[in-house]
Ligand binder design. Structure first.
Ligand code: NAD
Length: 365
């Protein structure tokens, strides 16, 4: 099969981990007889520095025309910040904002489903903050809605009656929730067949809408168990009994928070892959963590999250389940062999650089 993949390396550790994921994809192409062609684009703070724009229109279009996007996290709080605090630079315009690169793809390509798996590798239970027995049970996906909600609706910060006042509206339509619900149930069909829809209907009208739509869609999937849970209760249970979950479906903000909680409880953000997928099958794949400026340029970042994101690309967008499994097995093999980066170091492990970990995974494919 031939596939064109847009590659945006991003900022901080982005280029380091994306390079390792490309190496792994090349090895998969070689072993399974595929051709992957890469279209390199520049975005994020790198884009602002090169072109004064976090994502130029022509780069957006070039990437959107590819079969999928491999994305390195964007942002560098040392150079640009949302707040402008402590003398750091404040965005002058949306064009200058590094988050624009990601948001443009999510909204423009309608990548409404953010798939974030969280599981603890048995080799790494000692590195997970959860107790061993709890850690072993965790194997879930947080399915975050990606294109609407509080991130995208009307916002203001202004003087009202002499007092600085701020507002963020949260808006969802029936169809936005319904397509998310269908994705959630279909995902659960291929797993443990449980959907937990998380929200806060006692405080939010959007929560009532989510509940109404999800209940209706659930009727089309009688094989899947369906439950609802308040978001605060879900956060507590993710730590006390993570093994009870399968697919956790959540609106944008709740999903953002719960997925980081789940991934951190599972171990390092450096292990957490993710995919933004939409109706057309194309997707944007990236590690769930950020650009990690604290370790950027040191060669010690963990590439596993980006490599597992590339595996998700093969599984969800390219219909290559065997190839995706080959990558996932190679990651397990490397971990079995004692390969570790600094963030997942366990007693007796071999501490490797980002590049060495990539090489070990390539070798195991
Ligand atoms: P972060 O995820 O970059 O870092 C949090 C901690 O996790 C750090 O200690 C970091 O070293 C560690 N970490 C993350 N990925 C790792 C890896 N692969 N290997 C080893 N350790 C890893 O979060 P932050 O510091 O809050 O954000 C830094 C920047 O990233 C900000 O500019 C933020 O806006 C941006 N960000 C971008 C995205 C994205 O592009 N999707 C997502 C989140 C944050």
């Amino acid at each position: 099969m031939e596939k064109r993949i847009a590659v945006l390396r991003g900022d901080g550790i982005g280029p380091e981990v994306v390079n390792e994921a490309v190496k792994v994809l090349d090895r998969v192409a070689q072993r399974f007889g595929h051709t992957f062609t890469y279209v390199n684009i520049t975005g994020g703070v790198a884009g602002i520095e090169a072109y004064g724009d976090a994502l130029r229109r022509q780069d957006y279009e070039a990437a959107a025309a590819c079969d999928s996007i491999l994305f390195g996290s964007v942002g560098d709080p040392r150079k640009y910040t949302m707040t402008g605090a402590n003398g750091t630079k404040k965005y002058k315009s949306r064009k200058e904002s590094d988050v624009k690169a990601l948001a443009s793809f999510r909204r423009g390509m309608e990548l409404y489903a953010n798939v974030r798996p969280a599981r603890v590798f048995p080799q790494l239970t000692a590195a997970a903050p959860l107790k061993d027995a709890l850690a072993r049970e965790m194997d879930l996906i947080v399915l975050r809605e990606n294109t609407a909600g509080i991130f995208y609706a009307n916002k203001y910060r202004k003087e009202v009656d002499g007092e600085l006042t701020a507002c963020d509206e949260c808006v969802y339509t029936w169809s936005q929730v319904e397509r998310h619900a269908r994705f959630a149930f279909q995902l659960a069909m291929g797993r443990k067949k449980l959907v937990t829809m998380v929200n806060k209907p006692n405080a939010m009208e959007t929560g009532v809408l989510w509940q109404t739509v999800y209940e209706k869609v659930a009727q089309d999937f009688p094989e899947v168990r369906y439950e609802t849970m308040l978001v605060d209760g879900c956060a507590a249970r993710l730590v006390s009994c993570p093994g009870r979950f399968d697919v956790i479906a959540a609106e944008n903000m709740f999903g953002d928070i719960l997925s980081d909680l789940a991934n951190s409880a599972a171990g390092s953000l450096g292990l957490a892959g993710s995919g933004d997928v939409g109706g057309q099958g194309k997707g944007l794949y990236q590690c769930a963590g950020g650009s990690a400026p604290d370790i950027a340029g040191k060669g010690i970042a963990n590439p596993i999250a980006e490599i597992l994101s590339a595996a998700l690309m093969l599984r969800l967008s390219f219909d290559m389940p065997e190839e995706a499994s080959a990558i996932e097995r190679a990651v397990e093999q490397a971990l079995d062999d004692g390969c570790r980066t600094a963030d997942i170091m366990t007693p007796g492990g071999r501490k490797l650089s980002c590049r060495e970990m990539g090489d070990a995974i390539v070798q195991a494919i």
